[in-house]
Structures are given as structure tokens and as C-alpha cells.
Design a protein around this ligand. Sequence first.
Ligand code: NAD
Length: 263
Amino acid sequence: MSTTGRLAGKTALITGAGSGLGRASALRFAAEGAAIAVVDLDLAAATAVATEITATGGRALAVAADVTSDADSRRMITETLDEFDRLDIVFANAGINGAGNAADTTEEEWDRVIAINLKGVWLTSKYALPHMIERRTGSIINQASMGGLIGLPGIFPYTAAKGGVIAMTKQMAVTYGPDNVRVNAICPGTIPTPLVYQSRVDRGAAAPDADQAALDADAAARFPLRRLGTPDDLAATALFLASDEANWVTGGVYTVDGGRSAF
Ligand code: NAD
């Protein structure tokens, strides 16, 4: 991986940065020179990632916050601005899987998934927007999914939330474009992480003690590029959208899925 200081002098806040795609993006953004607010529900996980960044000479702040809470969402922005004085990039990445289909999803499961994966994405940028508008610069990246683009059985509430993230992204891009705040969505395909493994178990596609690596190999055959993604594949696209190279890019929906949604 070559680094070019593409985010030098900038600050990025990333939710769900204690694991998986958020963690990889935090490390990548930091390697490109950004100070990082590492936000996660799990403070120990956020602290571990922040420590990884500072150990290699970067700047990072671990923040415990629940993206479903308006108060937490406000506080994570305040803490970031208190520490770093500016906020240039918000990556609303935190999410959970959500199993079921329309006829059997419980109301509780629907509410839980929509709260984190849809409302949480909105709240992540709600209190960052006034700061970005005032400074007339900002890049917001909303984590959607290929599940928001195509019909995948067994993940009904997840699909609904991610489709909502895509629509929300376009509405935000149109609204805040005149303020020079860019808003884009990423739609990853399958990238093995704890979320993917839990999703297989929750929708009955794997036993709790299944050989997940073998299932990864089977799944790869359904992707035109014949492999699943890596967190670094995702981080590279997030980095582009975060950087000034994308300064005429807004309202976009970027697939990072090995071609899977092209079927
Ligand atoms: P992950 O489980 O590895 O990481 C998710 C992180 O989010 C965890 O650290 C968790 O503690 C945190 N989190 C969960 N609820 C939270 C809350 N309420 N507030 C703050 N943090 C919270 O999962 P991942 O695979 O890295 O997924 C990250 C995002 O990417 C999710 O939005 C997911 O839907 C999306 N995505 C993942 C894939 C994939 O294949 N991995 C594909 C498409 C989309």
C-alpha cells in the first residue's frame, strides 16, 4: 500500500471504527495523514484502534457512542472538535446485520435494525453538518450495501435500511451541495467480518460452529471477480471519496462488490 498524504491536515470521524470496515478505513485514513475520531459502541475496541494509530505516529481519539442516540451523536462531534478543532470527513459506517423476510420479521427486529442502520447514519452527520456548512467544506460517506441495491433473501430489515441510506444520501447531496458539502454512499458486497459471520448464523445459512472460511470460498463463486472483498478494498474507495480528488463527486452510489450487483 502506497501512501501519499492525501488527507494531511484533515480530521475524520468514523463510526463503527472498532472493527471490520470501519477499523480498516480508520487505519487507512490515518496513514494518509488524517486525525481520526474512532467512534464505536464498544469503547475497548475503539481504544485499541486509536492506540494502533497513535503507535505509528498518527493522531486519534477513541469515543464511545451509540449512533442511535441523538445525545451521543451530538457529543461525539463536540468531543472531536474539542480535540482536533476541525472536522472534514464523516464516515457513517456503524451497522449491524438484520435477518428475516417480510412475513416473519418481528417488529422489534425491524425497529432495532432501522434504528442503527438508517437513523444512526442520519444522526452521525446531523451535528457535523453545521460545522461543515460554516466552513464550506466537508465529505460525508454513508455506508450502504449491495443489499440496498438488489434483492437478497433473508435480510429484509437490513435491505430496507440500506435502501433508505442510498435515498438519504442523494437527498443530502442535493441539499448541501450549494454549501460545498459532498455526500456519497458506498455499497459493499460481501467482505468477511464479524457482521457477515453473524448474519449467516442469524438467517440460518450457517450453524454457529460452521467453517466460515469454507462458506467464504463457496460465496466467492457468485462474484464475477471470484473472490470476496477485503476491508482494505473498501477503505480504498472510502479514501477516494474522503479526499480532495473527489471534490466534484457528490450524490454518488459506489459499488465495491466484485461485480456482484451487476447481475
Ligand atoms: P463489524 O461488525 O465488523 O463492525 C461494526 C462495528 O459497528 C462494531 O465495532 C460495532 O461495535 C459497531 N456498532 C454497532 N452498533 C453500533 C452503534 N449503535 N453505535 C456505534 N457503533 C456501533 O461490521 P462490518 O462488516 O465492518 O460492517 C460495517 C458497515 O459496513 C455496516 O454498516 C455494514 O452494514 C456495512 N456492510 C458490510 C458488509 C460486509 O460484507 N462486511 C457488506 C455491506 C455493508
